[in-house]
Design a protein around this ligand. Structure first.
Ligand SMILES: Nc1ncnc2c1ncn2[C@@H]1O[C@H](COP(=O)(O)OP(=O)(O)OP(=O)(O)O)[C@@H](O)[C@H]1O
Ligand SMILES: [Mg+2]
Length: 325
């Protein structure tokens, strides 16, 4: 197993009270596998990925607990320096907004070569050669010229390709992509996804794909983890999730995907809103919006139940008691 996230709890202490952004999350990513994390805004997807990258540090206002086992070692036990060596090298991340993650005052060539030089004993010239090769691989035309460009000289799609090049240039074993295509228009989205899949095949990189777009999931993921209010409510293979969603929340998410053959029908929306993290319901976090909710759900937090050898956090599947994985 490449990555094992065990009982991850990330909490922010705010003036208004504690926000349990990630509240006991368990999942695995195997070598070369694409695992998608889906859920509505505020479900804790980005906080999960930032916690794995070591970009949220335990301290006075934030705490990260649990275990993040990467290649057999707990990343939460690593020092700042050790994490810096892992980031960009063994685990890389692509952020949602490429303009905010590329530095506007340096050429893209310099930014890519810096990543290589930081992690490898390599001359500047060789690093530049690698940067050009990588830009070529992600489909940037005339990379030897474009390497001298500043980020603002490139289109959004190009910048995202540069981000991918930068993330993959040290051949990481795990790529975390947080909404990698949301800021792009649909045709470019398709190209970038296609590119990620090709690179995955070529380089064998495992991908943790964070998205709220289930269309994207269907296209590229092997497995899906569904998050709601900081907890995983269900996981399964893409086929399982799309063919037989167990949790009412997953059902709602799937029903909200627009379908071409149902043009005239109104698009389904899960009723209600994600609860305020400071005022979470006493029982199931989804109980306030669930059409299958009963008294049990209102009063008790559901544990994990097993149905068809799959995990689901819902009392509908309570046959002989659940567990916390
Ligand atoms: N620095 C912070 N301080 C306080 N609360 C935070 C902080 N960062 C995130 N949160 C809260 O943690 C919860 C999870 O946020 P997160 O960014 O992980 O959501 P998300 O699933 O990535 O949503 P989106 O789809 O909008 O990107 C939210 O309720 C958010 O308000
Ligand atoms: Mg996010």
């Amino acid at each position: 197993m490449l990555l094992e996230v065990r009982n991850l709890k990330t909490q922010f202490k705010t003036k208004e009270g504690a926000v349990n952004a990630v509240n006991g999350v368990n999942f695995n990513v195997d070598k070369g596998e694409v695992v998608a994390v889906v859920g509505e805004s505020g479900s804790g997807k980005s906080v999960t990925s930032l916690s794995i990258m070591g970009l949220i540090e335990s301290g006075a206002s934030e705490s990260v607990e649990g275990e993040i086992i990467f290649k057999g070692e707990n990343l939460l036990k690593k020092s700042k320096k050790e994490m810096q060596n892992i980031r960009g090298n063994e685990i890389s991340m692509i952020f949602q907004e490429p303009m905010t993650s590329l530095n506007p005052v340096f050429t893209i060539g310099r930014q890519i070569t810096e990543v290589i030089i930081r992690h490898e004993d390599i001359s500047k010239k060789d690093a530049e050669k690698r940067a050009i090769e990588m830009l070529e691989l992600v489909g940037i035309p005339s990379p030897e010229k474009r390497i001298k460009d500043y980020p603002h000289q490139m289109s959004g799609g190009m910048r995202q390709r540069v981000m991918i090049a930068m993330a993959l240039v040290c051949n990481p074993e795990l790529l975390i992509a947080d909404e990698p295509t949301t800021a792009l228009d649909v045709t470019i989205q398709a190209q970038i996804l296609d590119l990620m899949l090709k690179l995955k095949e070529k380089l064998g990189t495992a991908i943790l794909l964070i998205t709220h777009d289930l269309g994207v999931v269907a296209e590229i993921a092997d497995r899906v983890v569904v998050m709601y209010c900081g907890k995983i409510v269900e996981d399964g293979t893409v086929e399982e999730i799309f063919e037989k969603p167990l949790h009412p929340y997953t059902e709602g998410l799937l029903k909200s995907i627009p379908k071409i053959d149902e043009q005239c029908e109104k698009l389904f929306m899960i009723p209600g809103m994600v609860p305020n993290p400071l005022e979470m319901p006493k029982g199931c976090a989804f109980s306030t919006r669930c059409n299958k909710c009963n008294q049990m759900c209102i009063n008790n937090e559901p544990p994990i139940f097993i149905e068809d050898e799959r995990n689901v956090r819902c009392f509908l599947y309570d046959k002989n008691g659940g567990s916390e994985m």
